[in-house]
Design a binder for this molecule. Structure first.
Ligand code: GCU
Length: 129
């Protein structure tokens, strides 16, 4: 069952160095970010918590290859997870979630996911806070 949509930020509301695609199943919103297959390609969203403090983020992605696709995850310019390895999800239609805890400010926070391998990152779905 999908989590409540209230605090979910679809990647298509942010920026995507690549294309917003909808040619695989399983996505919410209007699609997902297919990042350019290159080091440095990035998806970025803005999350706004109800209050400042430590918050759990859930990052939903798809990786239909057999090779993990690493990304740096930063919040407001500070790396929170360096080179996190987004493992294979089996097919491009099957998602998995990566959860991490990060410090968030009151108001808008920038969450940036940057590919650190030449394969680019996995397809990116949403960030939930
Ligand atoms: C395939 C797939 C894309 C994916 C790409 C990749 O082309 O259809 O959704 O982004 O592989 O390897 O990144």
């Amino acid at each position: 069952m999908r989590p409540a949509a209230g605090t979910r930020v679809e990647v298509e509301s942010g920026t995507c160095d690549g294309t917003i695609d909808s040619n695989h199943g399983g996505f919410s919103g209007t699609g997902f970010c297919n990042l350019t297959n290159a080091v440095g390609s990035a998806a970025q969203v803005s999350v706004t918590p109800s209050s400042a403090g430590s918050a759990a983020l859930t990052i939903r992605y798809y990786n239909g290859t057999t090779t993990a696709r690493p990304k740096d995850i930063s919040v407001n310019g500070t790396v929170a997870a360096a080179g996190h390895s987004f493992a294979s999800t089996g097919t491009w239609d099957a998602w998995a979630d990566y959860a991490l805890t990060v410090p968030l400010n009151a108001g808008a926070n920038t969450v940036r996911l940057v590919s650190t391998s030449a394969d680019g990152g996995p397809n990116q779905e949403y960030v939930q806070s």
